[in-house]
Design a protein around this ligand. Structure first.
Ligand SMILES: Cc1ncc(COP(=O)(O)O)c(C=O)c1O
Length: 370
C-alpha cells in the first residue's frame, strides 16, 4: 500500500478558492455598473484554471480570459457550454476555424486577424486597440485607417479592449493618455462594450471602468496598489517539510559556494523546496520562512530541491524533521516574497512548482486536488 500524496510531497500548496471568490466579489463590487470578468490565463496564474474558474463561475462570473487557444479549449472542457471564454492572443495563422466549435471568442490584435475573421460573418470577436502599451492590438494609425469599416465588417463585436501600461502607478501620465485614446477609439465601435482596466486599473476609479473590467493578479491576492494596504485576501499558503536539522559550528559554511558562513554556532533546517519548485534562486540570503509565527531567515543559496533556514531561535520541539515551515501565508505573502526575490507577485505565483501537493480549500466549491 502506498503512502498518501501529502506525506510523500516535500511541500504542500493550499489554494483558498473562497478567498479568490471573495476577491472577485470585492473587485466586481468596486467596478459596478461595469461587468467583471476573470483572467485565468497561465493556468490561473499557476493556481489551477479549472478549479479557479469553476469556483468563479459558481459565484456568477460569466466571462473568462485566457492567453492561448489551447488554454481556451481546456477551460471550455472544464466549464461546459455556459460562460464566455476569450483568447487574448487571438487566432494564430491556420487556427481561425478552431475557435467557434469550442465557443471561444478571439481577441483580434492586428489587421491580418481581422481580415481572416471576416470570412465567418456574425461570429463574435473582441477588438484590441493599442493605446500605449506597444505590445498587441491595432496601432493608432491602423485603427484610424479601419475605424469606419470595422462596425460594418460583418464581425459581431463582443467588446473593444485596451491594456494599461502603468496602472500600478496612479500618478503616471500615461494612464490618462491611454484612457483618453481608448475612449475615442471605443466611441467608433457602435456601442460594443468597452474594457480597459485590469487589476490595478480598477483602483484608478470609475473613469477607467467603462463597461467591463478584467482582473487577474488581484483575484489571486497580489496587491494592485503597491505601497498601499492590500484590500484583497491572501489566496495561497505554501508549507515545506523539514528533512534534516543540523547543528553547525561557528565558522562553518552552509550550501553551495560556501556562500553563508555561520557567525555563531547554530541549528539549520533543510527544507524540501528549491528553485525547481519556483522558490526562486534570487531569494538566496534574502527570503525567510515561519515556524509557529516566528521568522526564520533563509541561509545561503537556494538550491534545486532544497533550501536552508536558521532555526537556532526556534524551540527544537517545533523545528524537527517532518515539521512544516510556512513559506507563503499570512506572515509572508506573495508580494513579500516578490520583493525579496526582486520580482513581482505575478512571477512568484506563476512559478509555483508542479511537485507541490495541492489542496483546494473552499467549503462551497470543489474540494479536488490537482
Ligand atoms: C491584456 C491583459 N488584460 C488583463 C490582464 C490581467 O492583468 P492583471 O493580472 O494585472 O489584473 C493581463 C495580464 O497580463 C493582460 O495581458
Amino acid at each position: 500500500m502506498s503512502s498518501d500524496p501529502a506525506s510523500r510531497a516535500g511541500a504542500i500548496l493550499e489554494i483558498d478558492l473562497g478567498a479568490i471568490v471573495a476577491n472577485w466579489r470585492l473587485l466586481a463590487q468596486k467596478a459596478v455598473p461595469a461587468a467583471c470578468a476573470a483572467v485565468v490565463k497561465a493556468n490561473a496564474y499557476g493556481l489551477g484554471a479549472a478549479p479557479v474558474a469553476r469556483a468563479l463561475q459558481t459565484a456568477g462570473c460569466r466571462l473568462f480570459f485566457v492567453a492561448t487557444l489551447d488554454e481556451g479549449i481546456g477551460l471550455r472542457g472544464a466549464l461546459g457550454p455556459g460562460p464566455e471564454i476569450a483568447v487574448f492572443n487571438g487566432p494564430l495563422p491556420g487556427t481561425t476555424a478552431e475557435f467557434a466549435p469550442h465557443g471561444l471568442v478571439p481577441v483580434l490584435n492586428d489587421p491580418g486577424q481581422i481580415e481572416s475573421w471576416k470570412k465567418q460573418p456574425g461570429v463574435p470577436a473582441i477588438l484590441h486597440v493599442d493605446t500605449g502599451m506597444s505590445r498587441l492590438g491595432l496601432t493608432t494609425r491602423e485603427f484610424a485607417t479601419l475605424a469606419t469599416e470595422l462596425p460594418q465588417s460583418g464581425i459581431a463585436w463582443r467588446a473593444v479592449i485596451s491594456h494599461l501600461a502603468c496602472a500600478d502607478s496612479p500618478d503616471h501620465p500615461l494612464n490618462e493618455q491611454q484612457r483618453t485614446r481608448f475612449a475615442a477609439a471605443a466611441g467608433h465601435m457602435s456601442g460594443a462594450p468597452a474594457g480597459l482596466a485590469a487589476s490595478s486599473g480598477i483602483f484608478l476609479g470609475r473613469p477607467y471602468h467603462f463597461d467591463l473590467v478584467r482582473p487577474g493578479a488581484a483575484l489571486y491576492g497580489v496587491n494592485p496598489q503597491p505601497g498601499r494596504p492590500n484590500p484583497l485576501r491572501q489566496v495561497v499558503r505554501l508549507t515545506g517539510k523539514i528533512l534534516q536539522i543540523r547543528e553547525i559550528d561557528r565558522g562553518e559554511s552552509v550550501g553551495y559556494g560556501a556562500a553563508h558562513v555561520m557567525k555563531t554556532a547554530g541549528r539549520v533546517a533543510t527544507v524540501a523546496v528549491g528553485y525547481a519548485d519556483g522558490w526562486l534562486r534570487s531569494l538566496s540570503h534574502r527570503g525567510c520562512g515561519y515556524i509557529a509565527g516566528k521568522r526564520i531567515p533563509l541561509l545561503g543559496r537556494v538550491s534545486m530541491d532544497l533550501v536552508t533556514f536558521d532555526v537556532s531561535a526556534v524551540d527544537p520541539a517545533l523545528a524537527h524533521p517532518g515539521a512544516m515551515v510556512e513559506l507563503l501565508g499570512q506572515h509572508y505573502g506573495v508580494d513579500d516574497a516578490a520583493t525579496d526575490a526582486g520580482t513581482i507577485g505575478y512571477e512568484i505565483l506563476t512559478a509555483l512548482g508542479a511537485r507541490y501537493h495541492r489542496i483546494y480549500r473552499d467549503p462551497a466549491a470543489t474540494n479536488d486536488s490537482a
